[in-house]
Write a protein that binds this ligand. Structure first.
Ligand SMILES: [Zn+2]
Length: 341
């Protein structure tokens, strides 16, 4: 390809790309970039593979689901089978400021499925001076835009109502599974263009694609003089407007990270005595609380299933925090017994 050439391929082979979210979009984008021969991919996603992912998330198998693999681990395994010369770093955690400052990368791909995460990524891009490619899918509609928020519009310039979007549940609409590889392909294409020659990338247009009528459009986006994020540096991702509960796409499930790690053995022992424990292993436990399944991971990640809406999830979270306090009290009683002996 003339646009890439030998010099462009050399730049691609020296590049590191951070992919935030490796579900429907991120798994496809990761495959394209691994096959294109980037030097290194850093994959960030806190979720494990579930059965409901398999109809639209390309790389995962029933075995990944049975083994409760983190999505980043499953994607890493597949990528290394495709191109063993690509270095893949799998980080099974949500995006944080530390993660951005601790890792060098040339470009980031926003493959998230929620606007709370996207708002945080946008703020981090402004604070840490990096560019990224936004993409989203809902129903038959896909959006893609290259974002360089220092000089050009940021995500909050594009979506002035981003605070409302942050509390929108993404799986009400569902996603056409065939849309995902198209949008991820556009996103990866912009990424390759950026890595070859960022001076000719268009950072001022949103591309929308309708996968049913097969029509694409480009819309000019302007940097907003009153944008609270890129002009006034407000942190809207951590502001009021809902808890840190994040809805998982494609399931009536929410996740949150409990403060500090958890002692799974204490949880398993206590829940077993209540007859609520379903399974336990060194990595995670599953139990039922108020008749609804819950998974708790060693790193403190809590996933609550079968919830009707956000208010229902908040109620279940409050009950589980109460349970966590009870378990902490029992455990500290036990440790004081040990120190007395
Ligand atoms: Zn802005």
């Amino acid at each position: 390809m003339n646009q890439i050439g030998t010099a462009g391929q050399a730049r691609i082979s020296q590049a590191t790309v951070l992919i935030v979210g490796v579900g429907g979009l991120g798994s496809y984008a990761a495959v394209i970039l691994a096959r294109a021969g980037v030097k290194k991919l850093i994959l960030v996603d806190p979720d494990t593979v579930s059965l409901t992912n398999l109809q639209r998330q390309a790389l995962f198998t029933e075995n990944d689901c049975q083994e409760h693999r983190f999505k980043v681990t499953a994607v890493k395994n597949h990528l290394q089978a495709i191109n063993s010369s690509v270095e893949v770093v799998a980080i099974p955690s949500p995006l944080t400021a530390d993660l951005v400052s601790d890792n060098h990368f040339d470009l980031c791909l926003d493959c998230l499925d929620n606007y709370r995460g996207r708002a945080l990524l946008n703020e981090l891009a402004i604070e840490h001076h990096f560019d990224y490619v936004f993409a989203s899918c809902a129903g038959n509609y896909g959006n893609v835009m290259a974002i360089s928020p220092q000089e050009h519009p940021c995500l909050a310039c594009l979506f002035p109502d981003i605070k409302q979007l942050m509390n929108t549940d993404c799986d009400i609409i569902g996603v056409n599974a065939a849309l995902l590889p198209l949008v991820a392909g556009m996103q990866a294409s912009i990424a390759l263009h950026y890595l070859v020659d960022q001076s000719t990338v268009d950072f001022d247009h949103l591309i929308t694609y309708d996968n049913w009528s097969m029509t694409a459009n480009r819309f000019k986006v302007s940097k907003q003089a009153t944008c609270p994020v890129c002009q006034r540096h407000q942190q809207i991702s951590t502001g009021q407007g809902g808890s840190q509960l994040t809805m998982l796409c494609g399931a009536n499930a929410y996740y949150v990270r409990l403060a500090h790690g958890v002692k799974l053995t204490s949880w398993a022992y206590h829940l077993n005595s209540l007859g609520a424990l379903i399974t336990s292993n060194p990595l995670f436990i599953q139990f039922k609380w108020v008749n609804r399944p819950v998974s708790l991971f060693k790193n403190g990640k809590l996933v609550m299933y079968d919830l009707a809406n956000r208010a229902d999830a908040e109620g279940q979270l409050n009950r589980i925090i109460k349970l966590a306090n009870e378990i902490r009290e029992i455990t500290s009683d036990e440790s004081s017994c040990h120190s007395n002996n």
